[in-house]
Every structure is written in structure tokens, then in C-alpha cells.
Design a protein. Sequence first.
Length: 133
Amino acid sequence: SGTASAPSLAFDADANEDTGLYLFAENNIGIASGGSVIGKWFLTPSIANNGTRTISADGMLSGILLIKHTQSGRPAIFWMHAIDGVVEVSDPAGVFSVTAGTASSSNIYLTGGTIVLENKSGSDSQYAIMFLG
């Protein structure tokens, strides 16, 4: 633990212990405050075209989602909630969608209380994702 004049960064597998940054797995970093995970950054493994990946986990079921399609470098911002759904806030290049099955797109949508990332971009893709919640 640190102080305002000497903050610390903790890289640990247990985010329930302190405030800081935590390494959950390779390419998967969490941000905790007072024992609660308040943010998470990760790089997805490659998702095959027409493949899906669950992206709501570790209590990160509502908040802001920042995402970048790493091959194209195209970013987007979403508001998400595991009950109310996903709302696209900003997608300047129009490469993301909130509707499952949208062709030529990376789709982020709610199904059964789970937020899913679906790759319909036409090729295998990887994504950099940050949750703030």
C-alpha cells in the first residue's frame, strides 16, 4: 500500500486485498480500489470469423467499455449493463454493432445476462478491451 505522496502499484493475483493494479493472467490487468475491481484491461486471443467470446466476467457487468479492433486500429465506446443491454456511444468508423449476427461487423450484445463479442468482420480478429465500472 502507498500514500498520496508515495503511491504503490501492486501486481498480484488477488484484487480483493488492496488498491492497485493486478495481473490476473497474461495480457489481463485489473484495477482495484478498496478490494473491488473497478476496471479491467485485456487483449483477447484471436477470435475466428463468426466466433464469439464472453466479455462480461469478474463482476464487470456494467459500466463503460472501450474497445479497439487491433488489426484495423478502429476504436469504439459502449455503455453496457448485463440487464439493460449495450448502447453504442461512439463508433466513428462504423465497424461495431450492438446486434448479434450483423455482417461485416464486430458485434457487442447482451444475451442471457452475458455480454458477448461476436466477430463477423470477415477474418480472424483480436481486440484490446478496457472496462470501467
